[in-house]
Every structure is written in structure tokens, then in C-alpha cells.
Write a protein that binds this ligand. Structure first.
Ligand code: SAH
Length: 301
């Protein structure tokens, strides 16, 4: 198993791609299809010996995103020498994330543009971009939020930066997390850090019901991998969270099935949601089943 970036995995049967660099993992030959092949319906994948790559120009791509997303192809080869960075970034946001880009002009500029956009959620980038996007779409700057798993504080930092006139309350059981995050958050006075388990969320006395409660599960990046969130306490805290959430609020849970406790959390949380008939939506950035994914619960659903 190759580790591509801290949150994503790849195995030898499936290839996942990061825009900043691509690496062909398997040794299949490449077979290029033209737009004519596609229109002649030759695109349905039959052979496992080839990577089927659609050779396309920018205009065709731009006008046929939906069709391309349905094709059983492995990747794209974009033929122009130069293309518009913004327009291409728009297209990448809408293409299915499993596609490998074998050739594309201005790729590093496009990547920089995508990184600037909080909406970017494709091509093996962190699922946390999806989390950010959902938060941006659902909060106003005077809302309250809870980060149930502070960690190194990056999610809290993001929340604090958009809830300028609101408040963020963040929990962690490790002092190290609180210390690391304090430095990161020193310029924000709308944040309260609590050294305690998120099971104690119900003790909070808030002036306003939180609009977002985020659980970014797992262990502290760069810390002790044995100190991780646990299915039983996570579910207890999720129950409390649903009860204190604003009626139009969002409960966001990022699960990391790539490690043992994370897999267990996935199973137990899904069991609980289904048993309680809680409506949820699963959001994934890759087809890789052990990659982190998001469970989104809208309270008023
Ligand atoms: N949001 C973080 C990553 C989270 S890591 C970031 O952006 O970096 C998960 C964190 O949950 C770890 O720091 C761990 O100490 C913490 N944690 C584990 N069990 C917890 C519990 N019961 N209550 C609160 N935090 C917990």
C-alpha cells in the first residue's frame, strides 16, 4: 500500500491521483481514445490490460463534463498547450475524482488555483476541503460552532476565521492538543479551548445553539496514535450533539477507516444511525473505501 498524503491511501489495484504529482501505479499499457471513439460508443471498458484514456481538447471537455463522468475511462489527456486556469479549475471541481489526468497544460497553476478555493474537493485532496465547503455553505459569521476534536487546531482555526462575530468551542482530552492549538489560535478571541472529553458537551451553557458541530475523529496528527477517539464515547457525544444543535444545524463526522479503531467507529456509528433512523448523507472524495470520508447529518431532515 502506498501512502500518498497523510489522509489518503492507494493500493495496487486502484490508482488515485493528486494534482500536484501523478504516478502510474500499475503497469498496464495505455490506450488512447479519441472523441470519435467515444461518440462511436467504444468507451465501455472491456479489457483490463489497458488504461483507457480519453484524448480530448478543452472545449469538448468543457461542454461534456456529465458525459465524461459517466464513461468507463481511467483518465484524461488534454491536448492544448495552454488553457484558461480558472475555467479548468471549474472543470476539475466537477469531474469525478477517480479520473487520472495524464496530461494537462498549466497543471501547477491550476493546482494553486484549486488550493485557493475552499470548494475544491476532488482528485484525492483531503476530505477536509469538503468539510470546509459544507461549513461555508451553512453558517453566518455570527453563528456558534463546536469542534469536538481539536487536535492540532486546524479545523478550529478555520471555524474561527469564518465565524468572526460568533464563537467556537473546542474539546480535546490531550493537553498537547490544547498547547499546540493555543499558538495557532493566538490571534483569535472568539475561541474557547476545553481540556475535557466531548461527552461533556452538554455541560456547556451557550448564548446561542451551535450551527455546526464537527467531529474529526482519529488520533492527534504527529501525536500518540494510541490515544484515539473511541466508538462508544464518540456515539455518546454524537447523541448529545444532535440534541443541542440548532434546528437548522449540521453535524459533521469525519471517519478514518484506515486504522483499526476508525474502522470500528465506522461500523458502530453506521449501526447507530440506521437503528435510530437518523437521516445522513455520506460524502467521499475517492473510490478508495479506506480513505477518510464524511458523514453529514442535517438536524431538520
Ligand atoms: N481536528 C484535528 C484532528 C483531530 S485528531 C486537526 O485538524 O488536526 C482527534 C483528536 O481527538 C485527538 O487530538 C484526540 O486527542 C482527541 N480525542 C480523542 N478522544 C476524545 C474525546 N473523548 N473527547 C475529546 N477529544 C478526544
Amino acid at each position: 500500500m502506498n501512502r500518498i498524503n497523510p489522509y489518503e491511501y492507494s493500493d495496487n489495484n486502484k490508482r488515485y491521483f493528486s494534482l500536484t504529482y501523478y504516478k502510474k501505479i500499475n503497469t498496464k499499457k495505455d490506450k488512447y481514445l479519441t472523441i470519435d471513439d467515444v461518440t462511436n460508443s467504444l468507451f465501455n471498458k472491456k479489457s483490463k490490460e489497458y488504461n483507457l484514456i480519453l484524448k480530448t481538447n478543452f472545449n469538448y471537455l468543457k461542454n461534456n463534463i456529465e458525459i465524461i463522468n459517466k464513461l468507463k475511462i481511467d483518465g484524461l489527456y488534454i491536448t492544448e498547450k495552454q488553457i484558461d486556469i480558472n475555467e479548468m479549475a471549474n472543470i476539475f471541481e466537477n469531474l469525478k475524482p477517480s479520473l487520472v489526468i495524464y496530461k494537462c497544460p498549466n497543471i501547477s497553476k491550476i493546482n494553486n488555483e484549486l488550493i485557493k478555493r475552499n470548494t475544491y474537493q476532488g482528485f484525492n485532496k483531503s476530505i477536509l476541503n469538503t468539510v470546509k465547503r459544507e461549513i461555508i455553505l451553512n453558517v453566518k459569521e455570527n453563528d456558534y460552532a463546536i469542534d469536538a476534536t481539536l487536535g492540532n487546531g486546524y479545523d478550529t482555526l478555520f471555524l474561527a476565521s469564518i465565524l468572526k462575530k460568533g464563537k467556537v468551542i473546542s474539546f480535546d482530552i490531550q493537553e498537547k492538543a490544547i498547547i499546540n492549538s493555543k499558538k495557532l489560535l493566538q490571534n483569535y478571541n472568539n475561541v474557547t479551548l476545553i481540556l475535557d472529553s466531548h461527552e461533556t458537551i452538554n455541560k456547556l451553557r451557550l448564548a446561542k445553539k451551535p450551527k455546526v458541530i464537527l467531529f474529526n475523529l482519529g488520533y492527534l496528527p504527529g501525536g500518540d496514535k494510541l490515544i484515539t477517539t473511541k466508538a462508544k464515547t464518540t456515539i455518546k457525544a454524537l447523541k448529545i450533539s444532535l440534541s443541542i444543535l440548532d434546528d437548522s444545524g449540521l453535524l459533521l463526522v469525519v471517519i478514518y477507516p484506515g486504522h483499526t479503531e476508525g474502522k470500528k467507529e465506522q461500523e458502530e456509528i453506521m449501526k447507530w444511525l440506521n437503528k435510530e433512523k437518523i437521516n445522513y448523507e455520506i460524502k467521499r472524495n475517492t473510490l478508495n473505501e479506506i480513505a477518510p470520508f464524511l458523514i453529514e447529518i442535517k438536524k431538520n431532515n
